[in-house]
Design a protein around this ligand. Structure first.
Ligand code: S3P
Length: 430
């Protein structure tokens, strides 16, 4: 079904998706576990750590900050306590916004200068959202007009009470991590609930955190203790398979060891609304994160509207939901998704251009898309814009197209899910 050259993958139309799989460790949780392990006392060890290049960027920055990190079957990190080592090199965050924004919070608490850089995509992404609160806390952060590189001179932080103007888990996390190094308490209030992995992980590493509705408070001066943990499977990676299975009524898919944190699992509610039955079995809790096995029973695919708090909760899954939207009965309306314009690519534009290339009708708005249902798509040449989620989402759209699709820039999948095209090939039948 999928033929791969170095950077191009050809996808043939399929007739169903069947089998069982487990997906690599959650990217968001892997970043957080690694960063907290670096500033904890003692050794941490993580199994099923994300295999994506983004989390490798985090590990590489932590090495440059003096941490001993080994990456074999498990990732082992020797914690340095709250003091990292002044970096002799620039900290290269690669394509990873999570690395730059969240690590900036820790670096704001370190009494040395660090320079954070990123690739061409990351260098265009907005950083003012972390610069503002970290500056209010007393760090000195300079940038190129609100974009990377960031030069951070940290230390001597004071706690703040901060209302995040954008719903961003990365910003919330940066402020809470800086709060660990501040004098007094630091509170973050968010306009709507975003993923809470930082809060959950902080507790797992022994920190005291207080949460009242959308407001989280951390006390400065706490110490963390290393943990041994298994990283739950990444629901945002599983999303491609769940949506691909949803395209074919005779699909049968089981995903094991999947992270089902309620702040991430909203995709399942959206799928249920779209007529797709999912069953969660063997649910257990590990270090505050829920892990379960999920099965999916597709039916006729219905349309839906994704807006408000739901948009924020499924922000990383919108590319793949948009990719299956033309095949739904009533179509999909997406709003309040302006943030997608400042992800690894302008995802709203990338989705609209690629759907048009496949012959679909789609209307683009500043903050969303209207994708009518009942459409037949043709295979096409797809551009990933070097964005992993665009490359992977359009491989899903291609499965129900009438002819073969060529995805250019497919190697961008390595950012979050290097095994993706291989697994897709194993599970689909022509
Ligand atoms: C992430 C938060 C989201 C998400 C990103 C990962 C995280 O970004 O899109 O892929 O791990 O906290 P924002 O914080 O910019 O919304």
């Amino acid at each position: 079904m999928a033929t791969q050259t170095t950077d191009t993958v050809t996808i043939q139309p399929a007739c169903n998706l069947r089998g069982s799989l487990s997906v690599p460790g959650d990217k968001s949780i892997s970043h957080r576990y690694a960063m907290l392990a670096a500033i904890a006392e003692g050794r941490s060890s993580f199994s099923n750590f994300s295999t994506g290049a983004d989390c490798a960027s985090t590990l590489s920055c932590l090495r440059t900050l003096g941490c001993r990190v080994t990456h074999g079957v498990t990732v082992e990190i020797e914690g340095r306590g709250m003091k990292l080592e002044a970096p002799a090199l620039q900290l290269d965050c690669g394509n990873s916004g999570s690395t730059m924004r969240m690590l900036a919070g820790i670096l704001a608490g370190q009494a040395f200068e660090s320079v954070m850089i990123g690739d061409a995509s990351l260098s265009k992404r907005p950083m003012k959202r972390v610069i503002d609160p970290l500056t209010q806390m007393g760090a000195n952060v300079s940038s190129q007009d609100g974009r990377p590189p960031l030069i951070i001179n940290g230390g001597n932080l004071k706690g703040i009470d901060y209302k995040t103007p954008v719903a961003s888990a990365q910003v919330k996390s940066a402020v809470l991590l800086a709060g660990l190094f501040a004098d007094g308490p630091t509170s973050v209030e968010e306009p709507m609930r975003t993923r809470d992995h930082t809060e959950v992980a902080l507790r797992a590493f022994g920190a005291d955190i207080d949460r009242q509705q959308n407001r989280t408070t951390v006390r400065g001066g706490q110490t963390l203790a290393g943990i041994q943990a298994q990283v739950p499977g990444d629901l945002s990676s599983a999303a491609f398979f769940l949506c691909a299975a949803a395209l074919f009524p005779n699909s049968n898919l089981v995903i094991d060891g999947l992270g089902l944190n309620p702040t991430r699992a909203v995709l399942l509610d959206v799928l249920v609304q779209m007529g797709v039955r999912t069953k969660v079995i063997q649910l257990e809790e590990r270090h505050g994160e829920l892990i379960g096995m999920i099965t999916i029973e597709p039916r006729e695919l219905r349309g839906t509207t994704i807006e408000g708090a739901v948009t924020a909760a499924v922000i990383d899954e919108i590319p793949v939901l948009a990719a299956i939207a033309p095949y739904t009965k009533e179509g999909v309306r997406i709003r309040d998704a302006k943030e997608l314009r400042v992800k690894e690519s302008d995802r709203l534009a990338a989705i609209a251009t690629n759907l048009h290339a496949m012959g679909a009708k789609v209307e683009e708005f500043e903050d969303g898309l209207d994708i009518p249902g009942g459409q037949q798509l043709r295979g096409a040449e797809i551009q990933s814009y070097d964005d992993h989620r665009i490359a992977m989402a359009f491989a899903v759209a291609a499965l129900r197209a009438r002819s073969e699709t060529v995805i250019h820039g497919a190697s961008s999948a390595r950012i979050s899910f290097p095994e993706y095209f291989h697994l897709l090939q194993q599970l689909t039948s022509e």
